[in-house]
Structures are given as structure tokens and as C-alpha cells.
Write a protein that binds this ligand. Structure first.
Ligand code: C5P
Length: 208
């Protein structure tokens, strides 16, 4: 089987991570959640007591990031959500993380999910998917996850945080969230996880 790159982009809680993991399992490809890179940079900036909007501090942390930073279990807090979006808007931070993402797929291909995989990181990916879902559906999903983690929050607060982060990710100058011209779009507000997987797997099979 030829080694292929599958690029999956979309807003927060769109279902792209679930789909990416399933495709990686089904097609025996390594999987990289690229959001973790930005989260890990943000975590390190916060740990140093610096401001996530401080370009110099954030770039320094991005340049010295290592694999263990990605394995920390405190990367999915609300504080890190917002700080990750802030560091992700800094162009030199993004540049510092490019090689890691490209090298990841070098040996045996990969499934990567994020915001700019089909547009910037792998503009020649074999399959590009852009996953969306309505803000209401995404907020319900993220709220259920937070509740399961035992985090005290409200649906309204989760919805407001998602909307703010999406707006920042869509309107930033550096690698904004947008579908690549040749991306296939899947809306998971109307498609359940099994149907989304079946549609995506059919596209991957065509590319093999
Ligand atoms: O996907 P996740 O919600 O974990 O990503 C956290 C943040 O990292 C996003 O809000 C976005 O600002 C940034 N990100 C990015 N490019 C990627 C992946 C994530 O800018 N490829």
C-alpha cells in the first residue's frame, strides 16, 4: 500500500479528532493531533509566567518544544484553550512547528488534524477533509466532555469560549482556519460518527 497523507481541518469540537483517529486505525497510519503542539507551547509559556501573546516568549518555547511536552495531562484546560489560540496566531511560532509536522509523515505517511494542514502544512496531501458542525452541536459535545471530566461549567460558557476561539482562528493573519480549495467538506451536525467515517474512508480508498 502506498504511504499517504490525510489532512483533516476544522473548528474546535467539530468531530475531526474522532474521525482522524478512526481513519488512522483503519488505514494503519500514524496519527498526529497538531492542536497538541500549540497547547504544549501555550502550557510552557504559562508555566514561565509569560503572556501567551508575547511573540518572543512563545517563539522561544515553540523552538525548544520536545515530545514529552506533548504527553502532559494538563493540556486541555480552559486556560490552555485560549492561550493555545493566542500563541497559534504568532507566525514565528507556527514556522517553528512546521518541520516537526512534516517530518512526522515522512516515513510511513500519516493522518494529521488541525486548522491549516490542508492549506499550509501539507498542501499536497492525498486526501483533504474539512469537518464542520453547527456551533450549537459543537457546544453540546464539548459541554458533555467537560461534564464527564468533572469540570464545573455551563453550556453557555462553553459555547461562548468556542465561538471566541473559532473567531480568533478564522480571522488571524497567520494560517487562518479555512478549507483548502480541494478539501472535501463533511458536516457532522447532520452526519453521525459512523457515516462521517464511511464517507471519509471511501475518499481515502479512492486515493490509495
Ligand atoms: O485542535 P485544538 O482545539 O486542540 O487546538 C488548539 C488551538 O491550536 C486552536 O484553537 C488553534 O488556535 C490552534 N491550532 C492551529 N493550527 C493547528 C492546530 C491547532 O492554529 N494546525
Amino acid at each position: 500500500m502506498k504511504s499517504i497523507v490525510i489532512a483533516i481541518d476544522g473548528p474546535a469540537a467539530s468531530g475531526k479528532g474522532t474521525l482522524a483517529r478512526r481513519l488512522a486505525g483503519a488505514f494503519n497510519l500514524p496519527y498526529l493531533d497538531t492542536g497538541l503542539l500549540y497547547r504544549a507551547v501555550a502550557r510552557r509559556v504559562l508555566d514561565h509566567g509569560a503572556d501567551p501573546a508575547d511573540a518572543e516568549a512563545a517563539t522561544e518555547q515553540a523552538r525548544t518544544l520536545n515530545r514529552v511536552d506533548l504527553e502532559r495531562d494538563d493540556l486541555r484546560t480552559k486556560e490552555v484553550d485560549l492561550a493555545a489560540s493566542a500563541v497559534a496566531s504568532i507566525a514565528p511560532v507556527r514556522a517553528a512547528l512546521l518541520d516537526f509536522q512534516r517530518d512526522f509523515a515522512q516515513v510511513s505517511g500519516a493522518v494529521l488534524d488541525g486548522r491549516d494542514i490542508g492549506t499550509i502544512v501539507f498542501p499536497k496531501a492525498d486526501v483533504k477533509l474539512f469537518i464542520t458542525a453547527s456551533l450549537d452541536v459543537r457546544a453540546e459535545r464539548r459541554f458533555a466532555e467537560r461534564k464527564a471530566q468533572g469540570v464545573a461549567t455551563t453550556l453557555e460558557a462553553v459555547r461562548a469560549d468556542l465561538a471566541a476561539r473559532d473567531e480568533a482562528d478564522r480571522t488571524r493573519a497567520a494560517a487562518p482556519l479555512r478549507p483548502a480549495r480541494d478539501a472535501h467538506r463533511l458536516d457532522t451536525s447532520t452526519l453521525d460518527a459512523d457515516h462521517a467515517f464511511a464517507a471519509a474512508a471511501a475518499l481515502v480508498n479512492q486515493a490509495l
